[in-house]
Design a protein around this ligand. Structure first.
Ligand SMILES: Cc1cc2nc3c(=O)[nH]c(=O)nc-3n(C[C@H](O)[C@H](O)[C@H](O)COP(=O)(O)O)c2cc1C
Length: 359
């Protein structure tokens, strides 16, 4: 029996196997609205046989977008656009769907990656003023963000809750909060980006306060039988930054607050990061977080081999594996993994004749 293809239940959600499609920004929305690209992209991933499809980082406010082409969920128009996409995907796939809710903080207002990804100034038609815990730019020489005051914090917390309410209305099966990769919630956690001297900065307890407030607001409004998870960076990979011990403490606080799973990525906050990139390079972070919490942990990052993924779950280094580039390159990866590991996936009737033995 393959460990990778052993079902798992989180809350009321049944996962048919341990393969999670990680969130992937497409930078293809217009005014925050999904369009046919998202239907094609999410639609083909929804036929992949994975256990869960996670919608890309979705901004809870217009100024929380990384780029002007990010997906949003802040008003009727953005909600309707996601609703149309989901209706199309759901018509042909039963795969559970999660959405990653996000605010980019000081990493907002940039050009799309394939046009260089540079900061766009507020005066430009495609740019806006960035906000963050402190007025510290993400890269020396970049324009600094505006430090959030009490009103700004409350507005962002409420925007996360409002987006969660819209997601609930859309029938989204689970929410993932983006607390990783140097975006706003991570900016509060890391001492490198959070230089506040009020109760939201300084000690670890204070730096965790705003992300935990956001989590509580989302958990309160999203239906209790649907999971809420958090994606974290397990380390900044910078001396004196956010590290794995602090991640374990944060994960334990999240678990106590009712979090259903943690998804452990890393980095993205500081240009001095030195990441030992290689196959499974973030798996040890997930394994360490698992020593601190009882909720499922998802590992991600250069997981591409069938035996590699099988071993991660079988040896309990993580409960599930997240795939991003791997499944973009091979959207039938779970089919191929199942064939290799002697398991099965649900394939659409229209594609049944593709089985090699059935010709
Ligand atoms: C095209 C692309 C878009 C991504 N967008 C997001 C995103 O919206 N949210 C997020 O948390 N991570 C995002 N990531 C990171 C992936 O979810 C994943 O953590 C990372 O690529 C490592 O997994 P991999 O080696 O399987 O690609 C993105 C990665 C890629 C390749």
């Amino acid at each position: 029996m393959s460990a990778l293809f052993t079902p798992l239940r989180i809350g009321n959600l049944e996962f048919v196997n341990r393969i999670v499609i990680a969130p992937m920004c497409q930078y293809s929305a217009v005014e925050g609205c999904m369009n046919d690209w998202h239907l094609i992209h999410l639609g083909h991933l929804a036929l992949s046989g994975a256990a869960l499809l996670t919608i890309e980082a979705t901004a809870v406010l217009p100024e929380g977008r990384i780029t002007y082409a990010d997906v949003g969920l802040w008003d009727h128009a953005t909600e309707d656009a996601i609703g149309r996409t989901l209706a199309g995907v759901r018509r042909w796939s039963k795969m559970p769907i999660a959405i990653q809710l996000s605010h980019a903080g000081r990493k907002a207002s940039t050009e799309v990656p394939w046009k260089g990804g540079a900061q766009i100034p507020p005066g430009d038609a495609k740019g806006w003023e960035m906000v963050a815990p402190s007025a510290v730019p993400n890269v020396d020489g970049n324009r600094p963000p505006v430090a959030l005051d009490r009103g700004g914090l409350a507005q962002i917390r409420d925007a996360f809750a409002a987006a969660a309410q819209r997601a609930a209305r859309l029938g989204v099966d689970a929410i993932q909060l983006h607390g990783a990769h140097g975006y706003l919630l991570h900016q509060f956690l890391s001492p490198l980006s959070n230089r506040r001297d009020d109760e939201y900065g300084g000690s670890l307890e204070n730096r965790m306060r705003f992300p935990l407030e956001v989590f509580d607001a989302v958990r309160t409004i999203f239906p209790g039988d649907r999971p809420v998870s958090v994606r974290v960076s397990g380390t900044d990979w910078v001396e004196g930054g956010w590290n794995i011990e602090q991640t374990c403490a944060f994960a334990a606080m999240l678990e106590a607050a009712g979090c259903d799973a943690v998804h452990i990525s890393s980095g993205g906050l500081h240009p001095a990061q030195r990441i030992p990139v290689g196959p499974s390079y973030q798996v040890p972070l997930a394994r360490t977080v698992k020593t601190a919490v009882g909720i499922p942990a998802v590992a991600v990052g250069l997981i591409a081999g069938f035996d590699q993924a099988e071993a991660i779950v079988a040896t309990r280094e993580a409960d599930m594996v997240g795939l991003a580039r791997t499944i973009l390159y091979d959207p039938r990866w779970p089919w191929h993994a199942a064939a290799e590991l002697g398991a099965q996936v649900q394939a659409p009737f229209q594609y049944l004749r593709s089985q090699r033995t059935g010709r």
